[in-house]
Design a protein. Structure first.
Length: 697
């Protein structure tokens, strides 16, 4: 039983960790503990009592309230902000009751005066050492209540310590760069105001102690991620009394939700955990959780795909695609994806979006003849769509100019010549469901790449009684469209894309089994992007193509090895590849298929960071620890240079293992403590399989 009710409050226990909170003498719901699991329930100290010792020091700055609403003298960053119909903007939440159902604890709070109920939900994922939190707010009154902020959770770090925040920042072409910085007095805000998760920041955090820095393998790390694909906000606040908290949820910027009488709202979830095994331990917990509980097709292996975008861009037709498909099939690709350019009127990026039927000139007999040829070559067929968008030059826009997000009195700013359909509207949702359902019903399509190629502008939705709800209702509409298509076509695999990794989050992974990591496919840059991505996402969700991008001196093998650390794909112009390059690709694709189960289902260990060194490495180990695969990369290091041994991880110390090309078996302990010497010249790379040799495993 992972949830305990004790005289001091509640203790949520996972395999290795615990999280405790309870009521203090003043009736405040207060955080008590988050860290390694302790032997006895009495070990978790009682809730701190309210302290307020001067007229300028309210209790909120030191007492770690579990879910603070803006009220009274709370100057800290609150989780909830409401306005009642009479204009009162102060929510006084009092404990009402609690309820345990299986592995979920619900704590019901109620406003002291108004019939507003707030329920805190805690789902304990004990096998993963994770706790998932979300909140429901319900208006039981007969007048509306306006929500101006409704965060998913506030996470408190142990009091009186100083911390360091690790987060992911970047841009289009340079997503998920790892940043680490000290948290000092005040607030550090990370957010998206772009309608999507954004290339710029990701709603994930990891916090460790400033003085006892965690490493990949050691030290204490508190971490979490928000499952939401729209505007979000994270505030890491250090109060003047040394209380550090991370507040996370929907962005409250330009935000309002109107709760009509008798209605409620449920926030996105935030999953978080504590790792005593450094950043690597934190990532592996999330990887397992994502693979086993979030993505639609679980651990099913992902196919090696070929995507024709970089080869043919918008100039697609049956002949050009068949030619590429034949070469891809010979190389061992299992899935052929026709990217942008195939639909009605799509001559370039300035036309066609919205008209989701095959272009009559490019595909006079529809897509079926091409799909049959692709299937005949032994490959599945996949298709690119960008449902949320419309070009002004399209039949859809000419018929429904009012369907886009806009302000009537403002110019509609186009980006990449496109506008955004307002997915908050049910008529737009129905149009998209019908169009894509039609495509999937008429054609044998196994895979869809769902793209989204711009950020928002003029975020108007004036028809609605609360136009500022568009940020939430849009994402809910997106989830409804995608979820409905999922139900109707459960065998289709979806890839989430937003100009690369502009919408990579745990929310989209409920629909998309994989994410197109970045449009940047130059492999040395990819090493860093992929390392950042791996902080929270498993390799099985990381689509990685080999393309022609980057300097010619980068060997094809290096390009492949980088992509083989995730879900291997090829996106190059195969017509330009020589026969020997195609044969080399075939060899590497065969190698990938042999290591795929370990890469996609195993535990990942980052051995050397590509952010810190031009010699980097990582490895994957099967869950039973009987086999693994080691990847090593050297970019440019001036010679002479002796590369240090790679200290392997995740092996069983007592077992004997052999490694490809290295003579003699050694114990797991030896590979982990003495290490593996890898000789690489500039832009050299290695993929080495490791196998247990002293037993059945
Ligand atoms: C952006 C994606 O990231 C690319 O892979 C490609 O699909 C283009 N869009 C097509 O327009």
């Amino acid at each position: 039983m992972p949830i305990h009710t004790t005289p001091n409050g509640w203790v949520l226990e996972t395999r290795l960790t615990a999280y405790a909170f309870g009521l203090n003498a003043a009736g405040m719901l207060v955080h008590r503990y988050w860290g390694p699991r302790l032997p006895r329930l009495e070990d978790y100290s009682p809730a701190m009592d309210s302290i307020g010792w001067a007229s300028f020091n309210g209790p909120g700055e030191i007492v770690p309230e579990e879910y603070p609403a803006y009220a009274g003298s709370k100057y800290i960053d609150p989780c909830l902000k409401v306005t009642f119909a009479d204009g009162v903007r102060d929510a006084v939440l009092e404990f009402e009751s609690s309820q345990i159902t299986g592995s979920e604890l619900q704590v019901h709070l109620r406003d002291a005066h108004y019939p507003l109920r707030v329920t805190l939900h805690y789902c304990v994922h004990d096998a993963y050492d994770l706790i998932e939190r979300f909140v429901t707010v319900h208006n039981h009154g007969d007048t509306p209540v306006t929500l101006e902020r409704a965060f998913s959770a506030q996470w408190h770090l142990p009091l009186h310590d100083q911390y360091r925040l690790t987060h992911l920042a970047g841009a289009w072409f340079k997503e998920t760069q790892i940043h680490r910085e000290a948290l000092r007095s005040g607030s550090k805000v990370l957010e998206s105001r772009r309608l999507t998760t954004s290339h710029q920041h990701n709603p994930w955090f990891a916090v460790d102690r400033l003085e006892h820095r965690a490493t990949e393998d050691t030290g204490e790390v508190w971490f979490g991620a928000l499952a939401w694909s729209g505007n979000w906000k994270l505030t890491a606040e250090v109060t003047v009394f040394g209380s550090t908290r991370v507040n996370i949820g929907l962005n409250d910027w330009d935000f309002a939700l109107r709760l009509e009488p008798g209605t409620g709202y449920t926030t996105p979830t935030c999953v978080a955990g504590f790792s005593g095994q450094g950043f690597g331990g934190a990532s592996r917990r999330l990887h397992d959780f994502v693979r086993e509980t979030i993505v639609p097709h679980g651990n099913a292996p992902h196919k090696v795909l070929y995507n024709s975008w970089e080869a043919t861009t918008f100039n697609v037709n049956q002949a050009s695609q068949t030619e590429l498909a034949q070469i891809a099939a010979d190389m061992g690709a299992e899935l052929f994806v026709l990217d942008d350019g195939w639909f009605h009127g799509r001559r370039s990026d300035d036309a066609g979006l919205g008209d989701w039927w095959p272009d009559e000139k490019k595909f006079p007999n529809g897509l079926s003849p091409l799909i049959e040829q692709v299937n005949g070559l032994g490959m599945d067929f996949g298709l690119w769509i960008e449902p949320e968008m419309v070009n002004p030059d399209s039949d859809l826009y000419r018929a429904h100019p009012d369907w886009v997000i806009h302000f009537p009195t403002r110019t509609r700013t186009t980006m990449r010549d496109q506008l955004i359909l307002n997915l908050a509207r049910t008529d737009v949702q129905e149009y998209l469901i019908a169009s894509i359902d039609g495509l999937l019903t008429k054609n044998n399509i196994s895979f869809i790449k769902w793209d989204m190629n711009r950020n928002v502008s003029e975020p108007g939705w004036l028809e609605d009684s609360e136009p500022k709800s568009i940020w939430v209702r849009y994402v809910e509409g997106l989830y409804r469209v995608w979820g409905t298509l999922h139900q109707r076509h459960p065998s289709v695999t979806w890839q989430g894309c937003s100009g690369g990794g502009g919408r990579a989050d745990l929310g989209i992974l409920r629909f998309a089994d994989q994410i197109w990591t970045s449009d940047m496919t130059e492999p040395t840059m990819r090493l860093q992007i992929q390392e950042g991505f791996s902080q929270l996402f498993p390799a099985s969700t990381m689509e990685a193509w080999v393309t022609d991008m980057g300097p010619k001196h980068l060997p094809l093998e290096f390009r492949f090895h980088v992509s083989m650390t995730g879900v291997l794909g090829v996106g190059a112009n195969l017509l330009h590849w020589s026969e020997s390059e195609r044969l080399e690709a075939k060899r590497l694709i065969t190698l990938y298929k042999s290591i795929r189960p370990v890469v996609q289902e195993g535990d990942q260990y980052r051995l050397r960071s590509a952010f810190e060194s031009a010699f980097s490495g990582l490895m994957y180990v099967s869950k039973d620890q009987s086999e693994g695969v080691v990847f090593a990369f050297r970019t440019h290091i001036p010679d002479p240079e002796l590369l240090p041994p790679l200290k392997l991880r995740g092996l069983e110390p007592e077992w004997l293992y052999e490694i490809d090309g290295v003579s003699g078996a050694r114990s797991g302990a030896a590979w982990m403590h003495v290490g593996l010497g890898v000789a690489l010249s500039d832009f050299g790379s290695a993929v080495l399989r490791i196998r247990r040799v002293d037993g059945s495993g």
